[in-house]
Design a protein around this ligand. Structure first.
Ligand SMILES: [Zn+2]
Length: 555
């Protein structure tokens, strides 16, 4: 191997690792404070800290100060973990001394630094270099200072992920919070596209990390003198990646077979695969062919959900879709709040979100998939789910079709006014009182029919009032019948009052026009009223001297 390049870790680089180390340390302290013991994750992060160049002594001192602990307390913490069978490196807790790996001997740190430097072309700025970001401030597009902050945040996130001390979701959550705290909601790319912050951050961090690991891989392969790489394997990979995962390829094949550097291929959008240097004849394959076949067979087995069959990949896809739908619903709640709609409307949207969460839990349980709620929460919108009491204000069916029902409610309210009550009242009528809802629906339909007519405002008002007077007596008039009503009393006919019409309708019909229509005919008053036999709605009301030809007497 070549002589170590001592200059390769510049002061600037050391500083970058040191700040990454600080964030790890803060997280370790937070974990230990919360649990009063060194958890598995904290243990892992402490090991990472040592690799980042901290000494065991430094780690212990920082922990002691941050936890405000006495030495006996520190001994207790350390003893506990040293006795724990899964501890990664007992020496860390047993031999607290000042020794550390000097940067020039720290192979891991050197390798990482080299890759980061190459990614940034020695400038050590803008790890997320492939993106040109700008930010809208008011109505103006600005490239600084927000876009600079954005780069700083994203770059720090990339360093945290490649240091191995934090997982993606933790890091993304933190960056999104930083962004939204500074008022940033969307990120606009130089290309003119725009994304919500959480989406943009996730994409930038993943792209930055995979570009850096690529450089690490190339370097390792060069040192090992090989041109071959092994692609790793993960469960529930998409079908096109399932074909090539877990096998060994030449550098050229990584591109021709696995589509390296393409959007749909290895290291492309949403690809969770990685690849590592492989020396044919010396390295042993991680995933033998028979094992890969067995996994493929297992993943092809389908499970049923709501009448549909899903294989392993489709199951995780469905899970991702549910998470996306819930993030969208959380955003919708925020938009509703901002647009100052009624409290009920916001609450119903929150209930819908809760129902989605419940279904998500049931789905994950049935499919035996771990829930990944952090994928829902990294939008940093905080608590959206309502309390139990609020949930019970709305019928279940209404929560399910919240958007549709809200729209219908708005329409009804627009047409018949406050009679529909609040959104929750409306839901209770619609789903718990079908008879009352049918009456309401009829009124809305007739009113909206009247609204469409080419009548004067005054005439429309009078017609609607007449509708209501009859409706009180459980008699429902069609728009046509309503329009005849004011013209009923004309010259040459005996006057007929509304009460009289109502009374006739409360009696029995004496004719039938056809199978569907019944007729109330009053020869003395020369009045004929026609009703739908099925719905009992009054279709027509006119004056006439004799029964129509074809009417059949029913008395
Ligand atoms: Zn993949």
């Amino acid at each position: 191997m070549e002589k170590p390049d001592i200059d390769s870790i510049s002061l600037r680089m050391e500083n970058i690792w040191r700040t990454a180390g600080l964030r790890v340390m803060q997280d370790v302290v937070r974990r230990i404070k919360k649990n009063r013991k060194i958890t598995s994750t904290a243990d892992y992060q402490i090991n990472r800290l040592l690799e980042l160049g901290q000494t065991t002594e430094e780690v212990e001192r920082t922990l002691k100060e941050a936890l405000n602990a006495s030495y006996p307390e520190m001994f207790r913490l350390y003893d506990e973990i040293a006795n724990w069978q899964y501890v990664r490196n007992k020496d860390v807790y047993e031999q607290v001394n000042g020794s550390f790996i000097p940067p020039e001997e720290n192979e891991w740190l050197k390798r990482m630094s080299e890759a980061v430097k190459r990614q940034t072309k020695d400038e050590l700025v803008n790890l997320a270099q492939s993106y040109g970001f700008s930010v809208m401030i008011g109505n103006r597009r600005a490239f600084t200072p927000f876009s600079m902050y954005y780069h700083q945040y994203v770059d720090a996130a990339i360093m945290d992920v490649i240091s191995g001390a934090f997982d993606y979701n933790t890091v993304i959550r933190r960056v999104v919070k930083q962004m939204t705290d500074s008022g940033l909601r969307t990120v606009d790319y130089a290309t003119g596209k725009s994304n919500r912050v959480d989406v943009a951050v996730r994409r930038a961090v993943m792209a930055g990390v995979s570009q850096i690991t690529e450089k690490i891989n190339e370097q390792t392969a060069k040192e090992l003198g090989t041109d071959y790489f092994e692609v790793d394997w993960h469960a529930n990979a998409r079908p096109s990646h399932r074909e090539w995962q877990g096998k060994v390829y030449s550098k050229e094949e990584l591109e021709t077979v696995c589509g390296l550097h393409t959007v749909t291929g290895l290291h492309g959008a949403n690809c969770g695969h990685d690849y590592y240097a492989f020396v044919p004849g010396a390295s042993k394959r991680m995933y033998p062919d028979e094992w890969l076949e067995e996994q493929n067979r297992k993943e092809a087995i389908t499970k049923e959900w709501q009448g549909k069959e899903y294989d392993a990949y489709e199951r995780t896809q469905k899970q991702r879709q549910m998470e996306t739908a819930m993030r969208a619903q959380r955003e919708k709640v925020q938009l509703l709040k901002d647009s100052k709609v009624s409290e009920d409307e916001v609450m119903l949207a929150r209930c819908k979100y809760q129902a989605q969460l419940n279904e998500y839990s049931r789905y994950c349980k049935k499919m035996k998939l771990p829930e990944q709620r952090e994928r829902i929460y990294y939008d940093m919108r905080g608590r959206v789910a309502p309390g139990k009491k609020s949930m019970s204000r709305f019928p279940k069916e209404m929560i399910k079709s919240a958007a549709k029902d809200t729209k219908q409610y708005e329409k009804y309210k627009n047409i018949v006014g406050n009679e529909v009550g609040t959104l929750a009242d409306f839901g209770r009528i619609k789903y718990n009182d079908p008879e009352r809802f049918a009456t309401l629906k009829k009124k809305v339909e007739t009113y909206s029919d009247i609204n469409k007519k080419d009548w004067s405002k005054e005439f429309k008002q009078n017609v609607k009032k007449a509708y209501d007077r009859f409706a009180k007596e459980n008699i429902y008039l069609s728009t046509h019948a309503l329009s005849r009503l004011p013209r009923l009393n004309k010259k040459g006919y005996t006057e007929v009052s509304e009460e009289y019409v109502m009374n006739i309708l409360k009696g029995k019909p004496n004719y039938m026009e056809d199978e569907k229509k019944i007729v109330y005919f009053d020869r003395k008053l020369q009045l004929s009223i026609i009703r739908n036999k099925e719905t009992k709605d009054v279709i027509s009301i006119v004056r006439r001297k004799n029964p129509k030809e074809g009417w059949k007497s029913v008395r």
